[in-house]
Design a protein around this ligand. Structure first.
Ligand code: C2E
Ligand code: CA
Ligand code: CA
Ligand code: CA
Length: 276
């Protein structure tokens, strides 16, 4: 949209009206989504770059809605606003743990799954209890589940610190997601003990052809390691990027290896990497 001064003062711009109608449509479609079984989870492999081994998968929510396919970047913020993120988030956790349980029964005991958790969902005082109940019900060891949070959980540092402690007592892993994109990434890793640091795609994208970006990326990798965390580099799309990253002892994730896929297809990627 044009961003002239006049327009920015207009309250009922057509764009704004469209987006608020869309939001209402999404809000109301979300009410039925869980009951109608419209959600599914896709899995994207995480690969240890030094060995080529698949060490885990990130669970990514997909919504095949009455409005068509709506991407998480569009419906998650709406779900956070209208409160349905709690039930949706719990569903994703259970689904991911059930899948883990199946994989373990199929003889893949070492794999972990990382689940994205919104700040709203994470800061719910019953969150750790819910996680614990799901782990028991699905018979999955806590260490196989990783919770991905962003620095936004730091809005309420006291609550966040308490919850982190509860989760650590349970034994689930904690990852800080989208590292390097916000204003307070450092604050987040300063205040909580994390197991995994996930470096955002935007940092990786600039690396080829920019020495300054490369210096920043290398320093963040070092930071993660100095904090005792595993480092995951997100959004690797090309062999060039993968080759550049191979010199570091890190984990890679991205379309170069595989897009997020339904569990049965994701497993085939796994087996493919095992054969190499
Ligand atoms: P995220 O957690 O940073 O997830 C990574 C996103 O990058 C995913 O988008 C993934 O499909 C995409 N991606 C992975 N590799 C590549 C690549 O090589 N190139 C490009 N261009 N993209 C890549 P997706 O699945 O659309 O999810 C978007 C965001 O929605 C996620 O970002 C996460 O913040 C949120 N999200 C997804 N599932 C859930 C969920 O179950 N709960 C919550 N709270 N948020 C979720
Ligand atoms: Ca994530
Ligand atoms: Ca991310
Ligand atoms: Ca992201």
């Amino acid at each position: 949209a044009k961003n002239t001064k006049k327009e920015s003062y207009e309250f009922f711009s057509p764009e704004l009206l469209d987006s608020s109608i869309r939001k209402q449509e999404i809000t109301s479609a979300l009410q039925q989504a869980l009951g109608n079984g419209e959600f599914s989870v896709h899995y994207q492999p995480q690969i240890e770059l030094s060995s080529g081994r698949v060490i885990g998968f990130e669970a990514l929510l997909r919504w095949n809605s009455t409005l068509g396919a709506v991407p998480p970047s569009e419906f998650i913020p709406v779900a956070e606003e209208c409160g349905s993120i709690h039930s949706i988030g719990e569903w994703v956790l259970r689904e991911a743990c059930e899948q883990l349980s199946v994989w373990r029964q199929e003889g893949r005991p070492d794999v972990h799954v990382s689940v994205n958790v919104s700040a709203k969902q994470f800061l719910d005082l019953e969150f750790a209890e819910k996680v614990s109940a799901i782990l028991s019900a699905t018979d999955v060891p806590a260490k196989c589940l990783e919770i991905e949070i962003t620095e936004s959980v730091m809005i309420d540092l006291d609550t966040a610190a308490g919850l982190v402690e509860e989760l650590q007592d349970i034994g689930v892993k904690l990852a800080i997601d989208d590292f390097g994109t916000g204003y307070s990434s450092l604050n987040a890793v300063k205040n909580i003990q994390i197991d995994t640091l996930k470096i955002d795609k935007s940092l990786v994208d600039e690396v080829l052809g920019s020495d300054r970006s490369m210096a920043i990326l290398a320093t963040i990798i070092e930071l993660g390691k100095n904090l005792g965390a595993d480092v995951v580099v997100e959004g690797l799309e090309t062999l060039e990027q993968v080759d550049l990253m191979r010199q570091y002892e890190i984990i890679g994730q991205g379309y170069y290896f595989s897009r997020p896929l339904p569990a049965d297809k994701a497993v085939r990627v796994w087996d493919k990497y095992l054969e190499q």
